[in-house]
Design a protein around this ligand. Structure first.
Ligand code: PEP
Length: 252
């Protein structure tokens, strides 16, 4: 059985004081949870603070991006996977649509980032998803396949055993438009079947999160779908009560 996972993606939000307040509330509010892992991915400058606030708690943490380069060097502004180890990160988001679209990361770059994360023993959360135009053009599955296959081609399917996938339709991110549970389930089963064509055990164990305007009031219906194993939560992860309620929804 796949245990549920709820990951908060804070994006470029935060501040020393507000982080402390939010994290204290989230720790307290999720203390009694059973069978759900909670993770927060905070901005780089706050990883040290995150580590000291969460170090002795049940909540894990991670980063939102990483350099594709393993070796240190002249990469101004970049952060390597090895550096993230120093902050005891567990997870790193790669291929978020904001990175793909706003920073021009193609699927090969995302696959190289995935590899950099795994090489240091961290767990990549690989985001895949189609834009509205792609959905309307009927090419959602083609897009998901291309984004997933880039990792399988570079790394081999076995690499997915130590990773998490997140299906995030771009049209649902930060827009308030959520995919219906059936739309999300359809994409998740497509992704799982694509992995299954290579390896049935890895496919059966692979956690596939849904992301895109998940809120306390729609989380339960999404999380009860058979192939949705939790959520990647943006805006709602910045509101303690919302995030806590979403984590609880994953428990049911
Ligand atoms: C995200 O940032 O991955 C995300 C899903 O954002 P939101 O929940 O705000 O749509």
């Amino acid at each position: 059985m796949r245990l549920k996972l709820v990951v908060g993606n804070w994006k470029m939000h935060g501040g020393i004081e507000q982080n402390q307040c939010l994290l204290d509330l989230v720790v307290e509010g999720t203390r009694a949870l059973k069978g759900v892992s909670c993770v927060v991915c905070t901005p780089y400058p706050y990883l040290s603070q995150t580590q000291s606030l969460l170090g002795n708690t049940h909540i894990l943490w991670g980063a939102q991006n990483v350099s594709q380069y393993d070796k240190e060097g002249a990469y101004t502004g970049e952060v390597s996977a090895k550096m993230l180890i120093d902050f005891l990160c567990h997870y790193v988001i790669v291929g978020h649509s904001e990175r793909r679209i706003m920073y021009g990361e193609d699927s090969l770059t995302v696959a190289l980032k995935f590899r950099a994360v795994q090489r240091v023993g961290l767990i990549p959360i690989l985001c895949v998803g189609e834009t509205l135009e792609q959905r309307e053009a009927g090419i959602t599955e083609q897009i998901l396949a291309e984004q997933l296959d880039a990792v399988i081609e570079l790394m081999g399917v076995d690499a997915l055993a130590k990773s998490v996938l997140a299906y995030e339709p771009v049209w649902a991110i930060g827009t308030g438009k959520t995919a219906t549970p059936q739309q999300a389930q359809g994409a998740h089963i497509f992704i799982r079947n694509r992995v299954l064509a290579h390896n049935d055990k890895i496919a059966a164990e692979l956690k596939i999160l849904y992301g895109g305007s998940v809120k306390a009031n729609n989380a339960t219906e999404l999380f009860t779908m058979p192939d949705i194993d939790g959520g990647l939560i943006g805006g709602s992860s910045l509101i303690a009560n919302e995030f806590i309620a979403i984590c609880h929804a994953a428990q049911n």
